[in-house]
Design a protein around this ligand. Structure first.
Ligand SMILES: *Cc1c(COP(=O)(O)O)cnc(C)c1O
Length: 406
């Protein structure tokens, strides 16, 4: 966000309890591998009704841990949606395996399960479903497919903490599910991530993986009064500190209230878009699941998305686009053969017309109206072809304006 931004697309909320929780840990004996980490893990596990939760230093490290625990290795294929944050499929690359990109449903931007089925081969080991924008994927159908082909069902739930699928939290439907606690997400620990699972062997593998592959943490050795430890596998230092965990744990207490607030803002957007006759369509919300509205994503029915993006950004409205199909990124095109051969027409078509509008728990009606007023104004100006923009400066000729109108 630049300094002109008046309304960001997302903003964390920090209160005095959060600051106190962090301050308490800073005055305690354990800044890392301490009790605050254990408490945060237990709180997340309880929140999503899982037996095991393993924290990581980021959502990306959590995805890497999940890939390691799943035993993903060179030669394996893992199916991921074309539209997700790059970290989802980067985690497959970290293990030397091959990400295979499945197309998305144009109404929801969730992974297209029929396309997944077409892309299963004898090398496929797992699917990583991504709950895009905060809406859970169709886990019942994904589970049937995974059982049929003997695949692990993994979930990148970075957007969907607080959402339910058929009345149960998302992780109940998957072998493992990962979270991110980056400041734009539902709750934050500044940086941080977590994987939850019902499988103790996965949990053990991840705990070793995040701590150098060593069988005991510093605190466990200290409590046991011994210096010896064994490194039994190759691991990383992917630990979440107690300072971060304390912040995350304090934030979790407010999650339900925040999810309600996000849901209300999303409903207000949906109603007003219709009332005001704006040429926008919110992505579909499916009836058998709840949505955590990490993002509020609309499709533009007529306007040129990049022009509208620049117009709104110039007014300090932090609109955004989530996400460029992963396989189109230069690194993927240059280094990942499966990406060069990827072709996901729905993803490519949809991403040209989507826009994420600002949404965060503290967002006021005034801010929401400011966003919609300016979208309405932009659309009126497009109607009369009098967009007051220097089209040369922003790199669009009259040609693209005419195209946008057509
Ligand atoms: C945020 C995010 C991640 C990565 O999380 P970090 O904590 O930033 O490493 C992974 N996948 C998705 C879908 C995300 O939105």
């Amino acid at each position: 966000m630049n300094s002109k931004t008046v309304i960001p697309y997302s903003r964390q909320s920090i209160d005095r309890d959060d600051i106190q929780a962090v301050s308490d840990v800073m005055q305690s004996p354990w800044l890392t591998t301490g009790p605050a980490v254990v408490e945060f893990e237990a709180a997340i596990a309880e929140y999503v009704n899982m037996d095991f939760a393993v924290s990581f230093s980021s959502g990306t490290a959590a995805l890497h841990g999940m890939m390691h625990a799943a035993g993903i290795q060179p030669g394996d294929e893992v199916i991921v949606p074309a539209i997700t944050f790059v970290a989802t499929s980067n985690a497959v690359l970290f293990q030397g395996a091959t990400p295979i990109f499945a197309d998305v449903d144009p109404d929801t931007l969730l992974i297209d399960i029929q396309d997944v089925e077409r892309k299963v081969t004898s090398n496929t080991r797992a699917i990583i479903a991504v709950d895009y924008a905060g809406q859970p994927c169709d886990y019942a159908q994904l589970r049937r497919l995974c059982q049929k082909h003997d695949l692990l069902l993994l979930s990148d739930s970075s957007h969907s903490l607080g959402a339910m699928y058929q009345g149960r939290p998302v992780p109940c439907w998957a072998d493992m599910a990962s979270y991110s606690f980056h400041p734009v997400k539902s709750i934050t620990s500044a940086e941080g991530g977590m994987v939850v699972t019902q499988h103790s062997n996965f949990s053990q593998r991840m705990k070793a993986f995040r701590g150098h592959g060593i069988d005991m943490s510093f605190r466990e050795r200290s409590d046991a009064g011994q210096w010896q430890y064994k490194m039994e596998s190759l691991g990383y230092n992917y630990r979440l500190s107690d300072i971060h965990a304390a912040l995350g744990n304090s934030q979790l207490k407010k999650l339900d209230r925040w999810t309600e607030a996000r849901t209300e803002i999303a409903h207000t957007y949906q109603c007003k878009i219709i009332q005001r006759g704006l040429a926008l369509q919110a992505l579909s919300c499916l009836p058998d699941r709840t949505h955590s509205f990490h993002l509020f994503v609309v499709k533009l029915l007529s306007a040129n998305r990049d022009l509208m993006f620049r117009y709104l950004r110039n007014l300090g409205i932090g609109v955004n686009v989530h996400y460029e199909p992963v396989y189109r990124h230069p690194y993927y095109q240059d280094n990942v053969p499966s990406a060069r051969h990827s072709n996901c027409p729905q993803a490519e078509r949809s991403i040209e017309v989507v826009l994420s509008l600002p949404i965060f728990p503290g967002m006021t009606d005034r801010e929401l109206n400011y966003v919609l007023d300016n979208i309405a104004r932009y659309q009126e100006q497009m109607e009369t072809c009098a967009v007051s923009l220097n089209t040369k400066e922003i790199g669009f000729g009259i040609g693209s304006l005419a195209k946008a109108r057509a």
